[in-house]
Design a protein around this ligand. Structure first.
Ligand code: ADP
Ligand code: MG
Length: 397
């Protein structure tokens, strides 16, 4: 996939109607509907502000939740328009539909420097089916398409990809940064490239492991997936997370890494617990020697030292998947130590994956990383080397 795409700076948007796809899929309080975290709205501000400053008329759109093609009032984007208006310090005109008479009339009347928001794109059945008729109806309201919804680029939907068939399509600043940093690390990394892979399951990371094994110099394995690797080598893993169906695969990966000269590091010790709970009793044991009735919930201190040393002289570090159950403070030490080690390196440090981003934020290292991807699923598919429909549809630079 070509990561070098035209951005809003490469085209003249002044006086033009711009359809801007944002990721306003914000978390909401289940009972009151109040937005509990407006990070995604804030993240869209630089592109919106730039477009408005250039004298564009901005028709913003996004999905929210999963209304499945039906109008669900509790999934209206109205609260987002209110918050966006507060953050911008100017009115945001809210449309009552996506491509219906109200949206069309408001879009037609929109003046340069003004912004409106369409209703939840998933109120339309054609959105997730990438229906060309819906894409064209959205495109007909505008003259240029700008995508800044990195969190949705792995989906080929009408508003994330289909519209680009009808309008010149460029990226906003959020997508541009993701492409520059993650794309750069995959295509032409500053070496040595160290990939840290953890999280719960091997099975959810196959694509990432396969792809990074082709390009990384060192691969570090932690988290729950490490026990499948350990078991595949004859280790005792007690009640730890184990995917028996993926033991052969794990073995093959170790062999493949050796054959390619990629350094693959596995835990040498583990912090295990007598139950899956924050207040569990714990003990440190050697990898592959977890007693019956115990489960590994974090990497051990010797592993921490080994992994921290391995990232010290890295040129680039790509990290996906926590080293342990960081949600329990007693088992967050491995993840925290690795985050701390990354904060001390001169490497380009990239965090991808929803839980990994949450872990780094929760532990207080977010501002020490080069880049924390704004797309959970999208960043995973990016690291798998897959083509992202919402990026592929943009004009090449
Ligand atoms: P990401 O969202 O960053 O891609 P994953 O979803 O793959 O990451 O994994 C995150 C989850 O993995 C966390 O909720 C964490 O508690 C869990 N996890 C990490 N280590 C273990 C372990 N040893 N046992 C069970 N769960 C683990
Ligand atoms: Mg996750």
């Amino acid at each position: 996939m070509n990561y070098n795409k035209k951005t809003v700076k490469d085209i003249d948007v002044s006086g033009k109607k711009v359809l801007l796809r944002c990721d306003f899929n914000v978390p909401q309080d289940k009972t009151t509907g109040a937005i509990t975290d407006d990070k995604r709205i804030r993240a869209a501000l630089p592109t919106i502000q730039y477009l408005l400053d250039q004298g564009a008329a901005v028709i913003a759109c996004s999905h929210l939740g999963k209304p499945k093609g039906e109008v669900k009032p509790e999934l209206s984007l109205k609260p987002v328009s209110v918050r966006l208006s507060e953050l911008l310090g100017k009115p945001v005109i809210m449309a009552g539909d996506v491509v219906g008479p109200d949206a069309k009339a408001k879009a037609a009347a929109l003046k340069p420097g003004q912004i409106m928001l369409l209703e939840n794109t998933r109120f339309e059945k054609g959105e997730t089916k990438n229906d060309p008729a819906l894409a064209k109806a959205m495109a007909d309201m505008a003259e240029i398409y700008v995508s800044d919804a990195f969190g949705a680029v792995h989906r080929a939907h009408a508003s994330t990809a289909g519209v680009a068939d009808y309008l010149p399509a460029v990226s906003g600043f959020l997508i541009q940064k993701e492409l520059e940093i993650i794309g750069g690390a995959l295509a032409n990394p500053k070496r040595p490239l160290v990939a840290i892979l953890g999280g719960s399951k091997v099975s959810s990371k196959i694509g990432v492991i396969n792809n990074l094994l082709e390009i990384a110099d060192t691969i570090i394995i932690g988290g729950g997936m490490a026990y499948t690797f350990s078991a595949a080598q004859g280790g005792k893993v007690g009640d730890s997370l184990l995917e028996a169906d993926w033991m052969d695969y794990s073995k093959e990966m170790v062999e493949k890494a050796a054959a390619k000269g990629v350094k693959l590091l596995l835990p040498v010790d583990t912090v295990c617990a007598d139950k899956f709970a924050p207040d569990a009793n714990s003990q440190v044991v050697k990898a592959g020697e977890i007693p019956d009735g115990w489960q590994g919930l974090d990497i051990g201190p010797e592993t921490v030292a080994l992994y921290c040393a391995a990232v010290q002289d890295a040129g680039t570090v790509i990290w996906n998947g926590p080293m342990g159950v960081f949600e329990f403070p007693a088992f967050a030490k491995g993840t925290e130590a690795v985050a701390e080690a990354l904060s001390r390196t001169n490497a380009i440090t990239i965090i991808g994956g929803g839980d990994s981003a949450a872990a780094v934020q929760q532990l207080g290292y977010a501002d020490k990383m080069t880049h924390i991807s704004t797309g959970g699923g999208a960043s995973l598919e990016f690291m798998e080397g897959k083509e992202l429909p919402g990026v592929a549809c943009l004009l090449d630079a």
